[in-house]
Design a protein around this ligand. Structure first.
Ligand SMILES: [Zn+2]
Length: 304
């Protein structure tokens, strides 16, 4: 039995404010779940965020207040936290006084989403993400599936489906194919490999993916019948479920590779991409025919 944790990065709206939309799923066998959970907790404890969610995009943002605090790096976690909070209060009061409502709203949101990490310097936050990527790299039992859509080359009318629908259908098809290949040697149904999808709870996506999954169960996807994925996706709170946060890390890493050519983090997770006969089949880049990225070009196929 495999659990496939799914999360997305970028906006699926066209054009939206990102060029790419990535939906990624990381599948782990259930007998490795405990080890994964312990691995993630160990890293969280190391960085003083044991009760916090790992949200990669927020972790890697520059926190301007930190740069304005003298000797920030030599302070204790507690001192750093208190200094940043002080700076943030000053900024909130300043914006309130100036009556800059839109900026105030955005600033409050930024502060809320980053408050768990303000005791870590930029260098430490980068190390935290590197440690997590190395952990995923070491999980040889895990399989990564992803649909990465360059929205410039995607036409929903020609495709006959939305960015969301296409990416979900691709993940399902790839995960199903993986499970069916693994099940080939099984001589009885109870020896087959089955999978279940676990998704971050988001009302709009929940309804859409549940309905799509029901139709895939009835008719299959464009690519395959569904015999090994059971149920509709289970929706969980990502702040409580660490492995959904790892799916977020993977989708973010993929998007940053395609949009900004950030190669080093991408190379950490690439070995986990599902392969068949040494060819990457788990990740697809929907782009132009001339794309030379490591997924579209055959050179990547030999990466160990
Ligand atoms: Zn490509």
């Amino acid at each position: 039995m495999y659990l496939c944790y799914i999360d997305e990065s970028g906006t699926s709206a066209i054009p939206g404010n990102t060029s790419h939309f990535v939906l990624a799923g990381i599948a782990i066998p259930i007998w490795k779940w405990k080890q994964c959970d312990i691995d993630i907790s160990t890293i969280k404890v190391r960085y003083g965020i044991e009760f916090e969610e790992i949200h990669t995009a927020w972790i890697l943002r520059p926190y301007i207040e930190q740069q304005n605090i003298p000797n920030f790096d030599s302070m204790s976690y507690q001192q750093r936290r208190s200094e940043v909070e002080k700076q943030r209060k000053i900024e909130i009061f300043r914006l309130q006084k100036a009556n800059k409502q839109a900026q105030l709203k955005q600033t409050k949101k930024n502060y809320k989403c980053t408050s768990a990490y303000i005791h870590l310097s930029m260098a430490e936050r980068r190390l935290l993400i590197e440690d997590l990527l190395q952990m995923v790299s070491n999980w040889r039992f895990a399989r990564l599936f992803a649909e990465c859509i360059d929205k410039i080359h995607f036409n929903p009318i020609l495709a006959g489906k939305s960015v969301d629908e296409q990416s979900f259908e691709q993940i399902i098809s790839r995960f199903e194919t993986f499970l069916s290949i693994k099940s080939k040697t099984a001589d009885a149904p109870d020896k087959r490999y089955y999978g279940i999808l676990i998704h971050d709870n988001n009302q709009t996506v929940a309804r859409k993916h549940t309905n799509l999954m029901k139709s895939f169960h009835r008719q299959g996807t464009l690519w395959t019948k569904i015999n090994h994925i059971i149920e509709t996706p289970l929706f969980v709170d990502s702040d409580l479920t660490s492995l959904v946060q790892i799916a977020d890390l993977c989708s973010y890493t993929l998007r940053r590779y395609f949009e900004n050519n950030e190669v080093t983090p991408f190379h950490k997770i690439l070995p986990r991409a599902d392969r068949k006969d040494n060819k990457i089949v788990g990740i697809r880049h929907f782009s132009s025919a001339s794309c030379k990225c490591l997924i579209c070009s055959p050179i990547a196929q030999n990466t160990p």
